[in-house]
Design a protein around this ligand. Structure first.
Ligand code: R5P
Length: 281
């Protein structure tokens, strides 16, 4: 078995290979003069783990090309971040189910699929191959332990993320709560804490995706105004659109940490162990 990764998932790919005790196959990406992607892959074994996050159109094309170049091997596909998963239904007449379009294209010809904290597991059947979603509560709880906080409260920015917050909290013996989130526009949200007295507490917000940062920035502002001692943000997938990091820092967050499903300077914990464990089953 070998692991091979797209450009945006090199670090995570090598960590997964390390955990599995296998080597990496080379994948050299370049572009044709007209801008189209090209790829030269190295030697494979009979089994290949292809790792690629769908972060943007380029990473999607690279992943499709890599899968095609590995078609003679038995492929396990790892999609650490599945972009387009939030459009999991046609919200208005005439819209596509983007998650179906992307998963369907990626899953063709692969033996199995592993995703990480996919926005909703209902998209998994769209791959058309056996698909399993892994979650990172253990890695996140380990990261929070290392922050050395006293009696932190683990906070979900909306009711939908409460199960996730509770799972993280239970690993550390912490309390979990959630905010009420009302989305006003694509970039603006209003947050309310109905059941939380944040005064003097360290609050660690956990969410699956940090995109514009609007959700967590609004929550941080509200929590600081409510007297929280320190506010921290942990996301599984750090997309950080445009000035998201500045927005979050200006909102007074003490720490912004994400996993390596999308590699960036804020990647502070890894999805590799959870993925390797799913692949070993
Ligand atoms: C929403 O359903 C997700 O769980 C995240 O809360 C959302 O995608 C975060 O987006 P943003 O950072 O743009 O507020």
């Amino acid at each position: 078995m070998k692991v091979v990764a797209t450009q945006r998932s090199q670090l995570l790919g090598s960590r997964i290979a390390g955990m599995l005790g296998v080597g990496m196959a080379e994948a050299r990406f370049s572009r044709f003069p007209d801008g189209e992607h090209s790829l030269q892959r190295g030697t494979l074994d009979g089994e290949t783990v292809v790792v690629g996050s769908v972060v943007d159109a380029d990473s999607l094309v690279q992943l499709l090309l890599l899968l095609d170049a590995c078609r003679e091997s038995d492929v396990s596909l790892v999609v650490p971040y599945l972009g387009y998963a939030r459009q999991d239904r046609a919200f208005r007449e005439g819209e596509p189910v983007s998650a179906r379009a992307i998963a369907g294209a990626l899953g063709r010809g692969v033996s199995r699929v592993v995703t990480v904290h996919v926005h909703k597991e209902t998209v998994l059947p769209h791959f058309g191959a056996p698909a399993r979603n892994v979650t990172l509560e253990a890695a996140i709880a380990g990261h929070i332990e290392n922050l050395g906080l006293t009696r932190p409260v683990i906070l979900a920015p909306d009711h939908g993320a409460l199960t996730f917050a509770r799972a993280v909290a239970s690993l550390g013996g912490w309390e979990a709560e959630h905010l009420e989130k009302t989305r006003i526009s694509g970039t603006e949200v209003r947050m309310e804490a109905r059941n939380l007295d944040a005064r003097g507490r360290d609050v660690v917000m956990v969410d699956d995706i940090i995109s514009t940062g609007g959700t967590l920035a609004a929550a941080a502002g509200m929590l600081r105004a409510a007297g929280a001692r320190g506010v921290h943000a942990i996301g599984v997938h750090g997309i950080f659109v445009g000035g998201a990091l500045d927005l979050l820092r200006n909102a007074g967050l003490r720490e912004i940490a994400c996993s390596d499903t999308i590699e960036s300077g804020s990647s502070r914990f890894s999805a590799a162990a959870a993925i390797a464990s799913a692949l070993s089953r």
